[in-house]
Design a protein around this ligand. Structure first.
Ligand code: HEC
Ligand code: HEC
Length: 242
């Protein structure tokens, strides 16, 4: 009886996935997080092991796209250094489950990278990245007044909450709210556009989708420059001063 039931289950799932493949959607479809399901997942997160995380980063090929110590070498991939443990852990879960799927091929790279990862592996790399430091930004940058206002005061007329109220005044993030200081601008712009156009929908309650809805492309560009030039709370020591 038990065996029959099992066979029944297997054939149902394999038919479903064949249908999904046939229609060109090879990415699994996952349920959105509720506060309750996420809280449970965060509570069940294994304790991360830094040394294992460091090894996984190199041997798991993460280093090829995300760079030494999670400092991205190109305009394409995001920096991972200095992000919060819970945010990195959540994103890896979301790529693996297919919940984070911007439909531009880049998420499928990350789906493939996370498929073999266990929760323990994800916690390990998350702890490793959180302990890495981004270099201080170079160059002179003065934020335009309208951008500084969006970050620190928001815009009541468009119901935009100040970015800093969640992401921190140093753009350092907290828990599942990501750090933004020093983030790669091209990635920042791409992911903000994905929220705005309803393509990135993995955030709980789709808060970011609401805040991006009424931002103009010029404002998104300005915010990307603002955060790229924001001094991280704990920058890496300047070269030669270590
Ligand atoms: C072939 C290149 C490539 C490889 C290999 C790769 N990544 Fe990524 N990763 C990307 C790109 C590109 C993105 C941004 C995707 C998007 O726009 O959704 C990304 C996104 C991420 C994010 C989300 C960051 C954020 O700020 O939201 C995390 C975390 C991450 N990768 C971790 C890893 C880990 C851990 C590995 C190794 C197991 C890995 N990546 C391997 C290219 C890669
Ligand atoms: C109410 C809290 C809140 C406010 C206000 C907020 N954010 Fe976010 N933001 C979040 C959370 C939470 C996430 C992570 C969502 C997820 O799980 O993918 C996020 C994600 C992001 C990301 C993606 C980072 C990455 O590495 O992929 C960017 C960029 C971002 N926010 C920029 C902004 C900007 C700019 C503003 C102000 C206009 C802003 N946020 C306002 C909570 C907030």
């Amino acid at each position: 009886m038990k065996k029959l039931l099992l066979i029944g289950l297997v054939s149902v799932t394999s038919t479903a996935s064949t249908a999904a493949l046939a229609s060109g959607h090879s990415m699994p479809v996952a349920d959105a997080w509720s506060n309750i399901t996420w809280d449970k997942s965060a509570k069940d997160m294994p304790k991360g092991d830094y040394a294992r995380g460091e090894k996984l980063h190199s041997y798991g090929l993460c280093i090829t796209c995300h760079g030494e110590q999670g400092i991205a070498p190109s305009r394409n991939a995001p920096n991972l250094a200095g992000n919060t443990v819970l945010y990195t852990y959540k994103e890896l879960q979301d790529y693996k489950s297919g919940l984070r799927n911007e439909g531009n091929g880049k998420a499928s790279v990350m789906h493939a990278a996370t498929t073999p990862m266990s929760n323990q592996d994800m916690a390990d790399v998350a702890v490793y990245y959180a302990a890495q430091k981004l270099p201080a930004p170079t160059g002179n940058y003065t934020p335009p007044a309208n951008i500084k206002k969006l970050v620190t005061k928001g815009d009541v007329s468009r119901m935009i909450t100040p970015c800093a109220s969640c992401h921190g005044v140093h753009g350092e993030g907290r828990d599942i709210t990501p750090a933004l200081a020093g983030q790669v601008p091209a990635y920042f712009i791409r992911t903000m556009a994905a929220y705005k156009h309803g393509k990135r929908t993995n955030d709980i309650n789709e808060g970011m989708a609401q805040f991006t809805q009424d931002l103009t492309d010029a404002e998104i560009q300005g915010l990307a420059e603002y955060y790229a030039n924001l001094m991280p709370k704990n920058p890496a020591p300047a070269a030669g001063k270590e």
